[in-house]
Write a protein that binds this ligand. Structure first.
Ligand code: AMP
Length: 402
């Protein structure tokens, strides 16, 4: 079985074609800047290394057509026909309180996506356009989807309710939803599999640290709390997002400092976090260089805040779970930045976390055990693979349908 995984953004389509028998990637790429003067198509496959093309692409339908043409190109393609694609698996963003599992895309799913546009005004419309583009280009191909919010639907009310007047929840659905669900689920299943223990018996904390970052408490395989909230702005400090701050600060910025709502939105989402505090970059590789090569005090301070906040979440989720078996680091930063993992896990023996510093400093592909032998908590680095998770869930849905 071959599954095409699509991640449709407002002006982009990312794709991966996966062979489910081997779980190997056959082809991948991205169409960017759809609707702009010049769009960019970057792609590669098992048959060739990266190619780049610039052209005009008016809409997602044309973007998808280009991807499909590349897949079946007689010289460079990897498929003899589109009928070799058994299903499309979409990365979908917001389903509100609907769906805790992967879904076959039906009229109901489309209605939910539409209903939740106000909760994800950038992402849900793009998801809808992507589904429509598949319908046009591959009318007979089954479509499935996994919502970013789905895995967190198991959170209890005490974790997802905000202490606001209750009507904001009951009438306006303002509550914690959580995001990165596919990644947290994938690494929690991988961890259980690697440790050869049933996920239903484990207490885990999974740290997805990439440009966006979130942390999840998982009990018996189910998300019981997560740091991102009503939007992905809450929680950990991120590349350019502030994460948790006093909710009175945006009010102060407007009332006392004269910023507009749009300006405050830009400050909190695009100018804060690592970039805002360090004045250097949102990219941790640059921060790391500034610390190691120049001993730059601003980079050191920003890194201290970043790590301290992760540490505090781990501590609070340890309490929420009443213990901890496994701590997982994943995402571009969590997988690659040993210095950060060391700083987060320093002086955590009180809650059973002790790193093997030598192992932590090694750069090894794949899953790695980072904890010391006498650590009560097993610390793992697990490369995330959201596309594979979506493909696996799509495959399992199709098998159930048959
Ligand atoms: P992601 O959103 O998961 O793709 O992660 C992207 C982020 O990971 C980048 O912006 C970098 O900050 C970080 N990153 C990637 N590779 C490294 C590395 N080798 N060392 C430190 N940070 C890294």
């Amino acid at each position: 079985m071959k599954i095409l995984v699509l991640n449709c953004g407002s002006s982009s389509i990312k794709y991966q074609l996966i062979d489910m028998q081997t779980e190997n990637l056959i082809a991948e790429g991205i169409v960017e800047k759809i609707g702009e003067d010049i769009a960019l198509f970057t792609y590669k496959s098992t048959r060739f290394t990266k190619k780049k093309r610039e052209m005009v692409i008016d809409n997602h339908e044309q973007g998808l057509q280009l991807i499909l043409e590349a897949l079946i190109d007689p010289v460079t393609g990897v498929l003899s026909g589109l009928d070799e694609i058994d299903a499309v698996g979409h990365r979908l963003v917001h389903a509100g309180e609907h769906y805790s599992d992967a879904v076959v895309v039906t009229d109901d799913v489309i209605r939910v996506l539409q209903e939740c546009v106000s909760l994800a005004p950038l992402h849900n419309p793009a998801n809808l356009i992507g589904i429509e583009a598949v319908k046009v280009n591959m009318p007979n191909c089954p479509q499935c989807g996994v919502f970013d919010t789905a895995f967190h639907q198991t959170m209890p009310a005490m974790a997802y309710l905000y202490p606001l007047p209750l009507k904001f929840y009951t009438s306006h659905k303002i509550r914690r939803y959580g995001f990165h669900g596919t990644s947290h689920k994938y690494v929690s299943l991988k961890a259980a599999d690697y440790l050869k223990r049933p996920v239903e018996e484990l207490k885990m904390i999974t740290c997805h640290l990439g440009n966006g970052a979130s942390i999840t408490a998982i009990k018996n395989g189910k998300s019981v709390d997560t740091s991102m909230g009503f939007t992905p702005l809450e929680g950990l400090m991120m590349g350019t997002r502030c994460g948790d701050i006093d909710p009175a600060i945006p009010i102060h910025l407007q009332q006392q400092l004269g910023f507009t709502v749009d300006e405050v939105n830009t400050i909190l989402n695009k100018k804060s976090g690592m970039l805002g505090l360090s004045h250097i970059s949102n990219d941790m590789r640059e921060i790391e260089d500034e610390i190691l090569i120049k001993n730059n005090p601003k980079a050191i301070m920003a890194m201290d805040v970043y790590c301290y906040r992760i540490k505090k979440y781990i501590g609070s989720y340890f309490a929420a779970l009443n213990g901890l078996d496994v701590l997982v680091f994943t995402g571009g930063i969590g997988e690659n930045m040993s210095m950060l993992r060391e700083q987060v896990c320093r002086e955590m023996e009180a809650i059973g976390i002790k790193l093997n510093l030598e192992e932590n400093s090694k750069r090894i592909d794949g899953i790695q055990v980072l904890s010391a032998e006498d650590s009560k908590v097993i610390v793992l680095k697990i490369p995330t693979n959201e596309e594979l998770m979506i493909a696996l869930e799509t495959e399992s849905l199709l098998r159930q349908e048959k």
